[in-house]
Design a protein around this ligand. Structure first.
Ligand SMILES: CC(C)(COP(=O)(O)OP(=O)(O)OC[C@H]1O[C@@H](n2cnc3c(N)ncnc32)[C@H](O)[C@@H]1OP(=O)(O)O)[C@@H](O)C(=O)NCCC(=O)NCCS
Length: 178
């Protein structure tokens, strides 16, 4: 599949990342609706924030405005990216990458050695981001997405606490901070 031209990566201002609060969900929903064909209802976010002890959600702000968010579940050594998105007009400025690093850092700090996720077979941009961070495709879930019956690729990164992985993460992080 041909990828869209990349947006100009200008003005990459510092993304300030904090845990998601209930009061952030309205703004998160605005980005959710611009980012996914099948969207989570606001209630799903509230439930994750209030009732799921395994869940950790973050928002990234430029100034006052939320422009990115992401979430993980961490269960002992396993972790799972549940969602990640950047507001369309802010894409291509490395904010997705900064958010992914935050999710990886938080998972590793909580003891995870592995991380997995599902991604649409047609979502080449997200797959490229994940591959950059050492994720490989391990299986396909046929017809996983009910809106168009699209397959999900299951991607996986392992040995996240190893020296090799931390060196990789450090090298990638240094390209973001200059
Ligand atoms: C996936 C997403 C979070 C990436 O965020 P982003 O801020 O635009 O991406 P970044 O600027 O941080 O780019 C980081 C990497 O992503 C990949 N990428 C980003 N834009 C790309 C493009 N237009 N074409 C190909 N790869 C691209 C590349 O690997 C890039 O690294 P590189 O420039 O060194 O090659 C964003 O596109 C998004 O919100 N998409 C909609 C929601 C979604 O699909 N979420 C994932 C669900 S599994």
């Amino acid at each position: 599949m041909k990828l869209d031209p990349r947006p100009v990566a200008a003005g990459g201002e510092h993304l300030s990342i904090t845990p998601m609060a209930g009061s952030d969900v309205r703004e998160v929903m605005r980005i959710e609706q611009q980012s996914f064909t099948t969207t989570w209802p606001a209630n799903a976010f509230y439930q994750e924030l209030n009732d799921n002890k395994l869940a950790h959600y973050y928002v990234g702000r430029i100034g006052e405005n939320i422009v990115a968010y992401g979430g993980i579940w961490v269960i002992l050594e396993d972790s799972h990216i549940t969602t990640i998105a950047v507001e369309p007009r802010h894409r291509g400025r490395r904010y997705g990458e900064v958010m992914l690093i935050k999710l990886l850092d938080e998972a590793i700090a909580r003891g995870a050695s592995w991380m997995t996720l599902e991604v649409r077979e047609s979502n080449d941009v997200a797959q490229a981001l994940y591959r950059k961070y050492g994720f490989t495709t391990v299986s396909t879930r046929r017809g996983y997405y009910s809106d168009n019956n699209e397959n999900a690729l299951v991607m996986w990164a392992g040995n996240m606490k190893s020296e090799i992985y931390s060196n990789r993460l450090r090298a990638l992080r240094s390209t973001l901070t200059g």
